[in-house]
Design a protein around this ligand. Structure first.
Ligand SMILES: Cc1cc2nc3c(=O)[nH]c(=O)nc-3n(C[C@H](O)[C@H](O)[C@H](O)COP(=O)(O)O)c2cc1C
Length: 381
């Protein structure tokens, strides 16, 4: 199977599975506990049908949106994800270049493997910096300052990861940073030598957003210890309000799910919220963002940009979310499998397929601009 044989999310996933050692594939593919929420994220789109309009003159389509003060050529963006150079040696560089080519925004994770400064210099496309809140307030301020100086447009604070999700696939394989592979995990690396050769012959793996704080080489501080020892589980609304004031720009909370929290985000001056359950990787059993979207849009949609992520595999999923009132939609695995499968060419192909699906979908829905989509276009079963 080659890249040109990939026509959708499932094809990319299959190719990624073939290329990656199983522990790495499972890190991307897996989710928390029984992975119920992960499955439901996509299934929730299937409970809702599109109701198209016809004869509307749809020769020219404009799928651009403005969200968090950024103009995007298409209504999806690449949500921040960790450790991308483990999936393909080009990692964030490939994702940023592909996002720039398709005129959309990309996120850089705190656990990213290329520095936010390098990525900022390489492309003009809007960049999100995904932030975790540390016990050390000085460190939080310094990191925000660093992102500001680099020219990052959007600060995105992840609020659904106050403690790590229970990812049982990773426990079975021993996936962690640094690697603590089980025998079975080691065997899985052994049978994919191409990945190992590629990994060893490219630039050393590092976490440049955190390099002064997480020592992976000696194993002094693993990522799991980073979460338990350096991040602050006492983080509360007052702390975040102070961050919002300090940042003084586009500030978004990622992982808000309740109406009460959405209202609070407005009160403290956030400019956006992402309804998200972290792709099902944190609280299993939590509601799918798409199911929660209408309630949140009704409560705060006129005062804050409401965005959602989770489970997006198709252009029609995006159109459903936009019809309910989302301003844009984030994708995670949708671009990670293509990254793993074929680097930048893979991500570009995935974004290209998404753009075609959106264009075709909009034409078949009888709309030429995103703001023509409304709840009139949806029926829930
Ligand atoms: C492998 C992987 C790593 C991720 N790393 C992060 C991260 O470092 N920070 C963060 O806020 N979200 C992270 N996420 C969550 C994504 O940003 C996004 O919320 C989620 O993937 C959306 O679900 P989807 O994969 O079904 O599109 C990660 C997701 C995956 C699959």
């Amino acid at each position: 199977m080659r890249l040109r044989d990939c026509h959708n999310f499932h094809d990319f996933r299959r190719l990624a599975r073939r290329r990656l050692p199983r522990p790495i594939f499972d890190y991307i593919d897996g989710a928390a506990d029984d992975e119920v929420t992960h499955r439901r994220n996509t299934a929730s789109f299937e409970r809702c049908d599109l109701v198209p309009n016809v004869l509307r003159g749809v020769e020219h389509i404009d799928m651009s949106v403005t969200v968090l003060g950024q103009k995007l050529a298409m209504p999806i963006y690449c949500s921040p994800t960790a450790l991308q150079r483990l999936f393909h040696h080009t990692g964030e560089r490939a994702v940023a270049a592909a996002a720039a080519k398709y005129g959309t925004m990309f996120g850089v994770s705190s656990l990213g493997t290329v520095s936010l400064e390098e990525l900022r210099k390489a492309h003009d496309t809007p960049q999100v910096y995904q932030f975790y809140y540390h016990r050390d307030r000085g460190l939080n301020r310094a990191m925000m300052q660093r992102a500001k100086e680099a020219g990052v447009q959007v600060m995105m604070l992840t609020v659904d990861s106050i403690t790590g999700g229970n990812r049982e696939r990773d426990k079975r394989t021993g996936f962690s940073i640094p690697f603590r592979l089980t025998l079975a995990g080691m065997y899985q690396f052994g049978i994919k030598p191409a990945w190992g050769i590629n990994y060893l012959t490219h630039e050393r793996f590092k976490l440049p957003q955190l390099d002064q704080h997480v020592d992976m080489g000696s194993g002094a501080l693993s990522i799991s210890k980073y979460f338990t020892e350096m991040l602050d589980p006492s983080m509360n609304w007052d702390d975040v309000a102070e961050m919002v004031r300090l940042w003084n720009g586009q500030f978004c909370l990622k992982g808000v799910m309740s109406v009460a929290d959405a209202r609070r985000a407005v009160e403290i001056g956030c400019t956006g919220i992402v309804l998200s359950n972290h792709g099902g990787r944190q609280l299993d059993g939590s509601r799918a963002p798409f199911d929660q979207l209408a309630e949140i849009v009704d409560a705060v949609g006129d005062r804050i940009d409401v965005i959602m992520d989770g489970g997006i595999q198709r252009g029609t999923h995006v159109l459903k979310a936009l019809s309910l009132g989302a301003k844009a939609v984030g994708v995670g695995r949708y671009y990670l499998y293509p990254l793993a499968a074929a680097g930048q060419a893979g991500v570009e192909r995935a974004l290209d397929l998404m753009r075609s699906e959106l264009e075709r979908g909009m034409k078949l829905m009888g709309c030429t601009a995103i703001n023509q989509l409304s709840r009139e276009n949806l029926r829930f079963r």
